[in-house]
Ligand binder design. Structure first.
Ligand code: FE2
Ligand code: FE2
Length: 369
């Protein structure tokens, strides 16, 4: 393989403009056509290219404004009170990074949203509050801080907080930009509230305990039957794994949330992961295709993304664009740090577009600019 990425070589477009060619291009343009060599080098980059930039959203800066939305508009007016996080270079498609959307949603005690569904898939990572719940296809699921909850493509869903609870704030993650780019999104409003068809937390009770699944139920949906992944189970598992496993030099203890029926991603278009960076962990850099949105679930640290340092602490959100060099560091010498993330890996993998590269210079660490 030729690693020379100069466009001035045979095999790349390198035509010099002439008056005759310019006239020819104009003739083609009039007919809704063009000469490939005028755009080929741009539309066929040597390596994956992202139009997104790395970004960090500090929770301390945003929290008051998120809560303020619950004073300014009602769920009936707004549908959902969400402050969405938009990438400086992806405002045209409301994306946080790549083709992923994310936002921070607030619901006060006694409030509930109306039920709806859409072709975009959704997930949530709970940031604060008590007494929150979601209803997904007639399954009511209660959630607590750092729980991870899914709302698959086309599932009816609504959220609320018990009247005796505390204001709940969570991060939403959706593939709205992707599904819109594919021109396949839709949206429907439910007539009233969903009827609760099964006992509360039936999904995690059946599919989220001790690695057992019901023998007498057939599950043939293309997403996980486990709709909630409880921090009360995930965190102890991470701690045990950190004692038992060899620590990955790039990602520490890195685990995917999975569909218990298949071991695969939780939904068809978005995956999610949780990772533990042991105290003092200094991760090596790598890059890969796929867009990632992170939320720090615990501890503090920093990530170096394309040579820029981003310091994060619990509840901060940041993104890593496709093919950006990135490395994660725990800033504490005595406490572990945990990062939740969601991504478009199911799409990248299914379409055969996933690739990765290790950073080999400087003992695997980037120079900070
Ligand atoms: Fe929704
Ligand atoms: Fe990575």
């Amino acid at each position: 393989m030729n690693e020379n990425h100069s466009d001035d070589q045979i095999g790349r477009a390198r035509v010099q403009d002439t008056p005759a060619l310019e006239a020819y291009y104009k003739e083609l343009e009039k007919l809704g056509a063009g000469a490939l060599w005028t755009v080929a080098n741009d539309i066929e980059p040597w390596e994956p290219r992202s139009s997104s930039v790395p970004m960090l959203w500090k929770y301390d800066d945003l929290r008051d404004l998120v809560v303020k939305s619950s004073e300014l508009v009602t769920p009936e007016q707004a549908g959902r009170r969400v402050v969405y996080l938009v990438n400086d270079k992806r405002k045209d498609v409301s994306a946080a990074v790549g083709w992923l959307y994310t936002g921070i949603q607030v619901t006060r005690p006694g409030e509930s949203t109306s039920a709806h569904r859409h072709k975009a898939s959704a997930l949530r990572f709970i940031m604060e509050g008590e007494g929150g719940y979601t209803v997904v296809n007639g399954n009511k699921i209660t959630f607590e801080v750092n729980d991870f909850v899914i709302t698959p493509n086309s599932a009816w869903h609504e959220h609320g907080v018990d009247v005796n609870g505390k204001t709940c704030i969570w991060q939403d993650g959706l593939d709205i930009p992707l599904v819109n780019a594919l021109e396949a999104n839709d949206y429907a409003v439910y007539d009233g509230k969903q009827s609760i068809d099964v006992p509360v937390n039936n999904s995690p009770i059946n599919y989220g305990t001790a690695g057992i699944i019901p023998a007498d139920k057939i599950w043939d949906e293309p997403f996980s039957p486990l709709f909630k992944f409880s921090w009360s189970k995930v965190y102890p598992a991470l701690i045990e794994a950190s004692k038992s496993n060899e620590i990955n030099p790039v990602d520490g203890v890195f685990m995917h949330y999975c569909n218990p029926m298949t071991g695969g991603h939780v939904m068809q278009t978005m995956g999610a992961s949780i990772q533990l960076l042991p105290a003092g962990f200094s991760g090596k850099a790598h890059k890969h295709t796929g867009s990632f949105v992170y939320q720090c679930a615990k501890g503090k640290g920093y990530s170096i993304i394309n040579g820029q340092r981003y310091d994060w602490a619990a509840r901060d959100i940041f993104c890593v664009p496709s093919w950006a060099w990135h490395e994660h560091h725990n800033a504490s010498d005595n406490e572990e740090a945990c990062l939740f993330s969601f991504n478009d890996l199911p799409v990248m993998e299914k379409l055969g577009l996933y690739q990765e590269k290790d950073f080999v210079e400087n003992n695997g660490h980037q120079e900070v600019q």
